[in-house]
Design a protein. Structure first.
Length: 364
């Protein structure tokens, strides 16, 4: 049986500080290099411009020599995380690759990264998405993500963040709420049948959507413990990102919950919006939150997401209770200082109890 072909899609966004480590890691992959393609999709940076000239000079000459075959797709405009990755998906599907591995701009692969992912997916055709164990760099003994936690009100965050690797117990292949788009493999046949990244998300929560789409259709989303990716992770303080995070959080809720579930969670949603307003004020992203509310006030935007919702609800095979089984009632901001005592000791216990009640009620 032929070894499955894997396309590694690397989304470049001012990749110059990172690409040397990326290429060095590729040169040491233990997966057969003649079954791997390295597809670089470059989104031009607003300040630094395109990385295509640097990549053409420094990376492409190694294609098929010390590195796997390398393809460069240079976008003229920034198409975002979803749109940029989709360029790579199009190439992979056109050229008959069995799996696509999405590789973050600021990460690099362990030599044996691909084998556990491919093995898991070959053994179970119902696995649509498999994530690597993402470790921090330079603290490689600590975890960035063992898969992401999904709050029932749409928040997402890294599980086991900064815990020591030897303190975390994982099965070789384990179901997770959703996979981080920084290091995940997706079955090509799933994307051919059900689509890849939704470009309307642009940034943030597009990986949440990907996983929920797969799970709502009866597929599994897992982590392969023995696959490792090292991430030069920095929780960036850019205020503008909060617009996308807040807007897209509501999009996730609209797309996947039945209206009956919406009625159940609505009081909790309103309470959280009011309760987290002081956090938004104190940390300077309250304007972005208001912009996200304004977005949902426009009828054209609501119609766009309702059309998507109708499509998803028509084809889904899994009930809300199965989706809720993978959610949590705990809100955890990635930066510890953003988590006030009232959130830790009051809001989270209340929300956990609220979710417990919702899960008991939802039979659909």
């Amino acid at each position: 049986m032929a070894t499955p072909k894997v396309a590694i899609v690397y989304l470049s966004f001012h990749c110059e500080p990172y690409i040397d480590d990326v290429v060095n890691a590729l040169e040491h992959l233990t997966y057969p290099k003649d079954r791997v393609a390295f597809v670089i999709v470059d989104n031009p940076h607003p300040e630094h411009g395109s990385s295509a000239p640097y990549l053409t000079e420094q990376v492409l000459p190694k294609s098929g020599v010390t590195s796997p075959e390398t393809i460069l797709i240079a976008n003229e405009t920034n198409e975002g995380f979803a749109g940029g990755n989709n360029r790579g998906v199009e190439w992979a599907l056109e050229h008959g690759y069995d799996y696509v591995y999405f590789h973050n701009n600021d990460a690099y692969m362990d030599p044996g990264c691909l084998e556990p992912l491919v093995r898991a997916m070959e053994q179970d055709p119902k696995i649509a998405i498999a994530q690597s164990l993402i470790r921090l760099h330079p603290e490689t003994d600590r975890i960035n993500s063992t898969g992401n936690a999904l709050h029932f009100l749409g928040f997402g965050y890294c599980r086991q963040y900064k815990k020591r690797v030897d303190e975390v117990v994982l099965r070789a292949v384990e179901d997770i709420p959703y996979a981080s788009g920084a290091a995940m493999m997706v079955r090509s046949s799933f994307m051919r049948d059900h689509g890849a990244w939704d470009g309307d998300f642009f940034l943030y929560h597009e990986d949440t959507d990907f996983a929920l789409r797969a799970r709502s259709l009866g597929y599994r989303v897992v982590i392969a413990r023995d696959s490792a990716m090292y991430h030069k992770y920095e929780f960036k303080r850019s205020v503008s990102k909060y617009f996308w995070m807040e807007r897209n959080r509501f999009a996730i809720l609209i797309l996947y919950y039945r209206w009956a579930t919406w009625l159940l969670i609505l009081p909790g949603l309103i309470g959280v919006e009011i309760g987290t307003a002081p956090i938004a004020m104190r940390n300077g992203w309250w304007r972005e939150r208001l912009k996200s509310y304004a977005y949902w006030m426009r009828p054209a935007h609501v119609r766009l997401w309702l059309r998507k919702r109708r499509t998803i609800q028509k084809i889904r095979t899994v009930p809300d209770r199965a989706l809720l089984a993978f959610t949590t009632g705990k809100i955890l901001f990635q930066e510890a200082e953003v988590n006030p005592p009232v959130l830790r000791y009051f809001a989270n216990p209340v929300l956990a109890a609220y979710l417990w009640v919702v899960k008991k009620i939802v039979f659909w």
